[in-house]
Write a protein that binds this ligand. Structure first.
Ligand code: KIV
Length: 253
């Protein structure tokens, strides 16, 4: 079966480029934007306003791929009513589905959002919005009870009606077990090759991030490419090589 390919995008130009890559199935407007776009230390500072703005920008690229938007920290935890209203706001901004973090404890929230007609993607494993409770960013599944917890969470999310589940930074054997157990597609990030698909943060893929987790792969060093281009521009301004004739109009020409 074809693997599902998902990648994040947060703005119009990258969404436009990604939308032209036929092999990509879904674009995630991830709350990772807090770190890679806004320079925040984690995702806890990401707000609904940010998610709406970036979802709108991605949607304006009119991609044929599914747009999944992350529900940010505290947009769904306080209560079911808030969760449904906020999920609706992301759909109004252009999302086709929303993603939220958490397992069994989020079942009622997932059910209510699905009941409102909004497809939900689950997210378990190393859930960045819960890094304080998890004791930091780490691979999960080895500590006592974690494997059983992850399996239970995946099953509970499936029962609640998610259409897919992301498993982040879990041991690959556990991700494999979950993928085999649940009937909805499982998309991995940092959880090995045995899932139905993979997702990566576009800044990691492009070599743009300040920090790249060990499980991400860069396919180009855009930091160097952009730096070289800006350096060249600066040098040409200083030397007078830019602007040249084709870049301006003169009354005499
Ligand atoms: O916010 C995000 O980019 C994500 C992915 C890491 C799955 O949730």
């Amino acid at each position: 079966m074809k693997k599902i390919v998902m990648i994040t995008s947060y703005d119009y130009p990258t969404a436009k480029i990604v939308s032209e890559v036929e092999e990509v199935d879904a674009i995630l407007v991830g709350d990772s934007l807090g770190m890679v776009v806004y320079g925040l230390p984690n995702t806890l500072g990401v707000t609904m306003e940010m998610m709406v703005r970036h979802t709108q920008a991605v949607a304006r690229a009119n991609p044929k791929q599914l747009i999944v938007s992350d529900m940010p920290f505290m947009s769904y935890e306080p209560g079911i009513r808030d969760a449904v209203i906020n999920a609706g706001e992301l759909v109004r901004a252009g999302a086709d589905a929303v993603k939220l973090e958490g397992g069994e404890e989020m079942s009622d929230v997932v059910k209510a959002i699905v009941r409102a007609g909004i497809p939900v993607m689950g997210h378990i494993g190393m859930t960045p919005q819960r890094f304080l409770r998890l004791g930091g960013f780490r691979t999960v599944g080895k500590r006592e009870g974690e494997r059983e917890r992850l399996l239970k969470d995946a099953e509970a999310l499936e029962d609640a009606g998610v259409f897919s589940i992301v498993i982040e930074n879990a041991y690959s054997e556990i991700a494999k077990e979950i993928t085999e157990k649940v009937s909805v597609p499982v998309i991995c990030i940092g959880s090995g090759p045995h899932c139905d698909g993979q997702v990566l943060v576009i800044h990691d893929v492009l070599g743009l991030g300040d920090f790249k987790p060990y499980f991400a792969k860069s396919y180009v060093d855009l930091k160097r490419v952009i730096g070289d281009a800006v350096r060249q521009y600066a040098r040409e301004v200083l030397s007078g090589a830019f602007p040249s004739k084709e870049h301006y109009k003169s009354l005499e020409s």
